[in-house]
Design a binder for this molecule. Structure first.
Ligand code: PLP
Length: 333
C-alpha cells in the first residue's frame, strides 16, 4: 500500500496538539431511518472548519528547516488553503494560496485573514494549480498539494483512527470523495484494522472526477461545474501518483448525489442535528436521506466541513435553494 497504517499512526503523534480530536455522536433520527445505528463524526468542528487541517499540519510538521524558510504554496478549493495558512502561521512560515474564481468569497477572505497571500487565477482548480506550480518554480516555495501527497493523506487518515476507535464494529464508513486524499487515508486505516468494514465514497453528480476516473480505469479530466459541494470540485490530476490507486484498491463503492439531495442534507443537518454544515460536509448525511445507503450494521458518516457562505446557508435552510435550482446553478453566487 502507498500510505500505510503505520504512516498514519505516526502522523497522529506528529499532529497531536495541533488539531482537535473531534467527537463522534449517535444520530437517533438517522438511526431510525436506516434501521441501524448511525454515528456522525463531527469533523466540521475542526479548527479552520474542516478536516484539511490534519493533512496540512502533518505536511508542515514534516518539512525540513530549510524548507520552512522557503515557505509553502498550494492550489485549493478553499479549505486546504485555509488549513495550510493556519498551519504555516503557527510555524511563522510564508504561505501563498492559489484559487480559481469558483472558490466562494467567504473562503478567500478567511485565508487572507490568516495572514496568507492569496492569488485568484482562472476558472478551475487546474488553473490555480498551474499558478501554484509557477510560484513553486520561480519563488522556491514548497508545494503542499491538497490531496495527492503522502503526508497529506496520512494526516487525513488520522480521522479513520478516531472513527474506528469510536465505533469499532462499524459495518459501513461513508466518506466524502473528491481528490481522494481523505478517502485514501481513511480507507487505509479501516481496511487495516477491520477489513470487513465497507468504505463508501460520496461525491456530487456534477463533476465527480474520481468517480469518472475509477469508471474509466485511469485518471480522466472532468469539466468543473458549480455545485453546492464546492469543496468537492476539481480534477484528480492526470498524473495522479497516489490517491487514484488507493481509491481504486480500497473503496467498496462510490455514490453520487444531485444538488437537491445535497441541499436536503444541509437542511437536515441544521434542522435536526443543529449543525451548520457546508455542501461537501453534508453528502454522507444526504446519501442516507436519499435512501442510497444500505446499512448492514453500524454506519459512521463523516461530516467533513462547515465553511459555507452563511447567506447561501440561510437560503437553503429556508427552502429557497432546492428543486427549482436543480441543474441550473441558479444559486451560485
Ligand atoms: C477537501 C474536502 C473534501 C474532499 O477531500 P479529498 O481529499 O479532496 O477527497 C471533502 N469535504 C470537505 C469539507 C473538503 O474541504
Amino acid at each position: 500500500m502507498l500510505v500505510t497504517l503505520d504512516d498514519i499512526r505516526r502522523a497522529r503523534h506528529r499532529i497531536a496538539g495541533r488539531i482537535l480530536e473531534t467527537s463522534t455522536v449517535l444520530s437517533p433520527t438517522l438511526s431510525q431511518r436506516l434501521g441501524s445505528p448511525v454515528h456522525l463524526k463531527l469533523e466540521h468542528r475542526q479548527a479552520t472548519g474542516s478536516f484539511k487541517l490534519r493533512g496540512a499540519s502533518n505536511a508542515v510538521a514534516s518539512l525540513s528547516v530549510e524548507e520552512r524558510k522557503r515557505g509553502v504554496v498550494a492550489a485549493s478549493t478553499g479549505n486546504h488553503g485555509r488549513a495550510l495558512a493556519h498551519a504555516a502561521r503557527l510555524e511563522g512560515m510564508r504561505a501563498v494560496i492559489c484559487m480559481s474564481t469558483l472558490v466562494p468569497a467567504n473562503k478567500v477572505e478567511e485565508i487572507g485573514r490568516l495572514g496568507a497571500e492569496t492569488r485568484i487565477v482562472g476558472s478551475s482548480q487546474d488553473d490555480a494549480q498551474v499558478e501554484a506550480e509557477r510560484l513553486a518554480g520561480e519563488e522556491g516555495l514548497v508545494m503542499v498539494p491538497p490531496f495527492d501527497h503522502p503526508a497529506v493523506i496520512a494526516g487525513q487518515g488520522t480521522l479513520g483512527l478516531e472513527m474506528m476507535e469510536a465505533v469499532p464494529d462499524a459495518a459501513t464508513v461513508l466518506v466524502q470523495l473528491s481528490g481522494g486524499g481523505l478517502a485514501s487515508g481513511i480507507a487505509a486505516v479501516v481496511k487495516g484494522v477491520s477489513p470487513g468494514t465497507k468504505v463508501v465514497g460520496v461525491s456530487m453528480a456534477r463533476g465527480a472526477a474520481m468517480k469518472a476516473s475509477l469508471d474509466a480505469g485511469r485518471p480522466v479530466p472532468v469539466e468543473e461545474l458549480p455545485t453546492l459541494a464546492d469543496s468537492l470540485g476539481g480534477g484528480i490530476g492526470l498524473d495522479n501518483q497516489l490517491t487514484f490507486a488507493m481509491c481504486r484498491d480500497l473503496l467498496d463503492d462510490v455514490l453520487v448525489l444531485s444538488e437537491d439531495e445535497i441541499a436536503a442534507g444541509i437542511r437536515y443537518a441544521y434542522e435536526t442535528e443543529r449543525e451548520v454544515v457546508e455542501g461537501a460536509g453534508a453528502v454522507g448525511i444526504a446519501a442516507m436521506l436519499a435512501g442510497k445507503v444500505r446499512a448492514a450494521g453500524p454506519v459512521v458518516a463523516l461530516v467533513s466541513g462547515r465553511n459555507i457562505d452563511m447567506a447561501l446557508h440561510r437560503r437553503i435552510v429556508c427552502g429557497d435553494v432546492g428543486a427549482a435550482a436543480q441543474g441550473s446553478g441558479a444559486w451560485a453566487a
